[in-house]
Design a protein around this ligand. Structure first.
Ligand code: PLP
Length: 445
């Protein structure tokens, strides 16, 4: 029977079943132990929001390969575009030659990037590489060295991107020295304010602190090349900053000639109900980095910069595989689908899901906060709503319980659960997910 003719989830063999177990055994012998597998899910195939494991169990996938499969697993239009391109040209190297998919995608990304200023695009293979490119361009363009990043941020694991990442100490331990001249500051996270203040009486200390303290004591602003910020913090806990946050931060950057770089690797390509999440704040960044959802699962990243900022010389930066033609056509088809209906669906189903999670919050004291935009939604679990002490162990137990019941979810931050399903998810699937979560929380508490 085809996947979409069956009831989902459907767990008939408690995972890992015998076939999954055999795969995992060999995998664990040969694959790097640094991978963070959280539960034993070995995947055979995927369609839309459904995953089939090696033993034929069916799962409702609310991770979409960590916010990557924007159009769902194996969307037929994306698959067809990939197949057509694969018969014509697999690779030629965009750094050295011209070809239509790369030109077409650059033009499209320049058009859909936030703000009216003309843009240019550099292609990469991953989110981290897009961030590396942004760091390099910011230094090149401004001739300044320092970068400001945020506690809780995740920008990737290559050495430059890792220098900005401040999400889990495991990710940095024993890798130092990293790139110098990076300063981390507190993010606009009102539920757990880094300055122990309350919004709005805080008067946005998380922004004003930079000029009041940092720029007067340790960091000369005229030496700062860029502020690199996630519009919504992803791995840090799906944190939506307050309404004025990005506008104020951008204005501060402008006052000091500092570039504003939006890391949209996780939040971009329709996930929050806008093509880029920063559009919710009406900001035009100087540089936007995108990857994950861009090509529905094929490896592709892009750094989109204002044309007058991307002023580096021939040979200054490029990549052999970045902008691979097959990835580019997958991206063009993905963006078409997102524009046609999926961005609207993210708003509609995301609105429904967040409302239903707030219903759960009313019944489960463990849920301290529900937050998000579109289909980038997080719930923050706490031991006590007053102290807001993170309930990390409880969070992990609930994720395991959901998995056993056929709902694939992952955590983020210290004690949050993220909901980042494919943008094709339906209201009925969102309801199923909420009911499974409800049952899992009831079982565990
Ligand atoms: C906001 C953000 N930036 C950068 C990255 C790094 O992307 P990649 O894993 O493709 O290198 C991630 C990955 O989770 C991310 O969420």
């Amino acid at each position: 029977m085809s996947i979409n003719a069956q009831r989902v989830p459907n767990i008939h063999t408690p995972p890992p079943g015998p076939v999954a177990r055999a795969l995992i055994e060999t995998d664990e012998r040969y694959v790097s132990p640094s991978y963070t597998r959280f539960y034993p899910l070995a995947v055979k195939s995927g369609l839309g929001t459904t995953l089939e494991d090696m033993d034929g169990n069916l799962y409702l996938d609310f991770t979409a390969g960590i916010a990557v499969c924007a159009t769902g697993h194996c969307h037929p239009r994306v698959v067809a575009a990939i197949q057509r391109q694969a018969e014509k040209l697999l690779h030629i190297c965009g750094a050295d030659f011209y070809y239509p998919p790369l030109r077409d995608l650059a033009q499209k990304l320049a058009e859909i990037a936030p703000g009216p200023t003309p843009k240019r695009v550099l292609f990469t293979n991953s989110g981290a590489e897009a961030i590396e490119a942004a760091i390099k361009l910011a230094r090149y363009h401004t001739r300044r060295q320092h970068i400001i990043a945020f506690y809780g941020a995740f920008h990737g694991r290559t050495m430059g991107a890792l220098s900005l990442t401040a999400s889990k100490v495991n990710q940095r331990r024993r890798f130092e020295p990293l790139m110098p001249e990076v300063t981390h500051v507190g993010y606009g996270s009102c539920y757990r304010c880094p300055y122990n203040l309350s919004y709005p009486s805080c008067a946005l200390e998380c922004v004003t602190h930079l000029e009041k303290k940092l720029f007067k004591t340790t960091l000369p602003p005229e030496e700062v090349a860029a502020i690199i910020v996630e519009p919504i913090q992803g791995e840090g806990g799906y944190i939506v900053p307050p309404p004025e946050y990005h506008r104020e931060l951008k204005a501060l950057a402008e006052r000091h000639g500092i570039l504003y770089v939006a890391d949209e690797v996780q939040s971009g390509i329709g996930r929050t109900g806008k093509m880029f999440a920063i559009e919710h704040w009406g900001i035009e960044p100087d540089i936007v980095c995108t990857a994950k959802g861009l090509a529905s699962g094929l490896p592709l990243g892009a750094m989109i910069a204002k044309a007058d900022v991307m002023d580096w010389a021939q040979g200054a930066h490029a990549s052999t595989f970045g902008g691979n033609p097959v990835s580019c056509v997958a991206a063009l088809e993905t963006i078409a689908l997102v524009e046609e209906s999926l961005m609207q669906n993210a708003t509609d189903v995301g609105g429904y899901l967040i409302g239903r999670l707030r219903d759960l919050q009313a019944r489960h004291p463990l849920i301290g906060d529900v937050r998000g935009l579109g289909l980038m939604i997080g719930i923050d679990l706490v031991k006590d709503r007053h102290t807001r002490e993170p309930a990390s162990v409880e969070r992990d137990a609930i994720l395991q319980e959901c998995f056993k019941r056929g709902l694939v979810l992952l955590g983020c931050g210290e004690s949050s659960i993220r909901f980042s399903p494919a943008l094709v998810v339906t209201r009925e699937e969102a309801e199923t997910a909420v009911q499974i979560l409800d049952a899992a929380m009831t079982e565990r508490h």
